[in-house]
Design a protein around this ligand. Structure first.
Ligand code: ZN
Length: 413
């Protein structure tokens, strides 16, 4: 039985039929529909002989023993956002099933091969993304806060988990799952417009962006709009306006996929008859390289002080949130690039804006890479999410090729 990418597409349709409705996919983690999807997956994997284990964080593992106990991991997530798309997360789970079938048929692989269906990647019900993968990576540190979380119906997170056999207090015991990991591979839809614009079916993900998020407050003086001459104003909005235009230049100068967004500016007193006294801005900056991210931040800070000076106003910076860039493994990036070029004409390397389970696994020190397949119109987290069937099939082939290359490369080590 050789690889059958058409079967993956048919199974994606079958899952959509089983767990979706006219509004889209309804496989929200820790719900009945999600449990039903996991049972369906169990039945799909069964004939491969891979042994199932559900760990302390609710992650569903399927293991095909190899010559070595060291394991090549293939991962995805079968949970969706409410009214989500038919591909986000489950494409890789089902591509992984197809790869398991092919490997099981061929005999004992050099490394153990494990498919993992991560629990609650989306965080749709309780607002906590990457639940299962962060527990396995050992980076989950917010149990106290999670104990207090409730869903829209007032059900507490620990109670919802218990209903699916998961004890929040023991979730971190899932860490042992990564102890034997040699490498981790994940295929995902791009969820953005880059590959479609390049007219390429597939891309190799370099890593996930680091993010710097700050609140910047410019302070001037409220003054009457009629009686205050233009050259005697201390207008806080002037500083914010100059900064908003400058961050575009900063992103352009730094390049390498840099993005800067001023997503909000709130002015006070916020009336038509007064010069703006305070302008509170929210700035989001992202880059794959930590040095360049720091450079973008310091450039924006310096620019804001220069503009404050020019306008006779003050400026304050306060950090809202940040996360470091998570670069993927260089050797695996090369292998992924080769795999993409073997099944299609050319490859493209791109960073990922969204975080993925792969970022958690990589953070835990496991060599990791992701493949992206083109998303039509860049849409995701909606029933409009789509990818051409021929591209889905190519992505299964590329993922299978990458699995073979990774087994060779890491099997020798
Ligand atoms: Zn996803």
């Amino acid at each position: 039985m050789s690889l059958s990418p058409e079967r993956t597409v048919a199974e994606l349709r079958e899952l959509q039929e089983l767990t979706g409705d006219e509004n889209g996919a309804q496989r929200v983690a820790w719900t009945e529909t999600w449990a039903q999807a996991r049972q369906w997956l169990r039945e799909k994997v069964g004939p491969t002989g891979a042994e199932e284990e559900v760990d302390e964080a609710g992650n569903q593992w399927f293991t095909l023993p190899g010559a070595s106990e060291r394991a090549l991991l293939l991962g995805g997530h079968i949970d969706s956002v409410p009214s989500g798309g038919w591909l986000d997360g489950c494409l890789n789970v089902l591509a992984g099933v197809e790869v398991l079938r092919r490997i099981a048929e061929e005999g004992t692989p050099p490394l153990t091969v494990r498919l993992v269906n991560w629990a609650d990647e989306e965080g749709a019900r309780f607002g906590r993304s990457l639940f299962g993968s962060s527990a396995a990576a050992g980076s989950m540190s917010d149990q106290d806060e999670l104990r207090e979380r409730r869903d829209a119906d007032g059900i507490a997170l620990p109670d919802a988990l218990v209903a699916h056999g998961v004890d929040l207090d023991r979730a971190l015991e899932a860490r042992r799952q990564l102890e034997s990991a040699a490498a981790y591979l994940e295929l995902h839809i791009e969820q953005g417009p880059v590959l479609e614009a390049l007219d390429l079916p597939l891309g190799v993900v370099l890593g996930t962006f680091g993010v710097e998020r700050h609140q910047i407050t410019f302070r001037g003086q409220a003054a009457h709009a009629g009686s205050t001459p233009m050259d005697q104003r201390r207008d806080a909005l002037a500083g914010a306006a100059k900064l908003e235009l400058e961050i575009r230049e900063i992103a352009r100068r730094v390049g390498g996929g840099a993005v800067c967004t001023m997503g909000s500016v709130v002015t006070r007193p916020g009336i038509v008859t007064s010069v703006v006294e305070t302008a509170e801005c929210l700035l989001d900056q992202r880059h794959l390289d930590a040095t360049w991210l720091a450079e973008m931040l310091s450039n924006a800070e310096a620019a804001s002080r220069r503009f404050a000076n020019e306008e006779g106003i003050e400026v304050d910076w306060e950090k809202v949130w940040s996360i470091e860039p998570i670069p993927f493994d260089e050797r695996l990036i090369e292998l992924a690039d080769e795999s993409v070029r073997e099944v299609s004409d050319s490859s493209h390397r791109l960073p990922s804006g969204p975080l993925h389970d792969a970022a958690e696994v990589s953070r835990a020190g496991v060599p990791t890479v992701m493949l992206f397949v083109q998303s039509l119109r860049g849409l995701s987290h909606t029933k409009l999410e789509d990818t051409k069937e021929e591209h889905l099939e190519l992505s299964v082939q590329a993922f299978d090729t990458l699995t073979t290359k990774a087994l060779e490369a890491f099997g020798q080590a």
